[in-house]
Write a protein that binds this ligand. Structure first.
Ligand code: ITT
Length: 195
């Protein structure tokens, strides 16, 4: 079908994307080490995913695939949103980001703690065209972290229909079956099949 170069340097994401894309007959190239990271200056996931993908098309001449993910909390007007990775500051750890999030929600009741994870995947082609898909997972932010699986904000995110468990209390396969990222990947597969 074609060759895609991946923007992510995150090995977990690269393995997941490579498996899906190779099944579709796409040749997958790792991100070249000498290509600098772009500043994610957009205020939308779509904008940042496209920024990353276009920079890689320019640097390599191949079609490029980039993703961006954020956690959007209703009562915080969508924060941390596109700033999820750096919510507690530049170089913040997952624990720092979770702590900041919980500190902003101390006086908020459970029924007002609605939130969603969103992942956007963008594919940009050397001919100037692009595909953008999105996957979302609805849930609530718990009062305390629970569970030891996963990463990021998993320990405080309770998906709708999970029986009150956080994503970090789910086995990886169970999370993957419902996650925002896997939904975006499924939407990407559908978009690539019809394009
Ligand atoms: P790249 O290296 O691929 O650019 P990133 O570090 O910018 O990835 P993402 O866009 O994937 O990170 O995610 C932004 C933030 O959201 C970051 O703090 C993650 O820890 C968190 N996050 C992403 N996916 C998550 C998931 O499935 N569960 C919990 N937190 C997640």
């Amino acid at each position: 079908m074609s060759t895609f170069v991946l923007a992510t340097a995150n090995p977990h994401k690269a393995v997941e994307l490579r498996a899906v894309l190779e099944d579709l007959g796409v040749t997958v190239l790792a991100r070249p080490r000498d290509v600098p990271e772009v500043d994610e200056t957009s205020d939308t996931l779509e904008g940042n995913a496209l920024l990353k993908a276009w920079a890689l098309v320019e640097a390599t001449g191949f079609a490029a695939l980039a993703d961006d993910t954020g956690l959007f909390v209703d009562v915080l007007e969508g924060r941390p949103g596109v700033r999820s990775a750096r919510y507690a500051g530049e170089g913040a750890s997952d624990a720092d980001n979770v702590e900041r999030l919980l500190s902003e929600l101390v006086n908020v009741d459970l029924d007002e703690r609605g939130a969603r994870f969103a992942t956007v995947i963008a594919v940009a082609y050397p001919d100037g065209s692009s595909i953008v898909v999105r996957g979302e997972l609805e849930g609530t932010i718990d009062h305390y972290p629970r569970g030891s699986h996963g990463f990021g904000y998993d320990s405080v995110f309770v998906p709708l229909g999970s029986g009150g468990r956080t994503l970090a209390q789910m086995a990886p396969e169970e999370k993957n079956a419902i996650s925002h990222r896997s939904r975006a990947v499924r939407n990407l597969v559908a978009a690539l099949r019809i394009s």
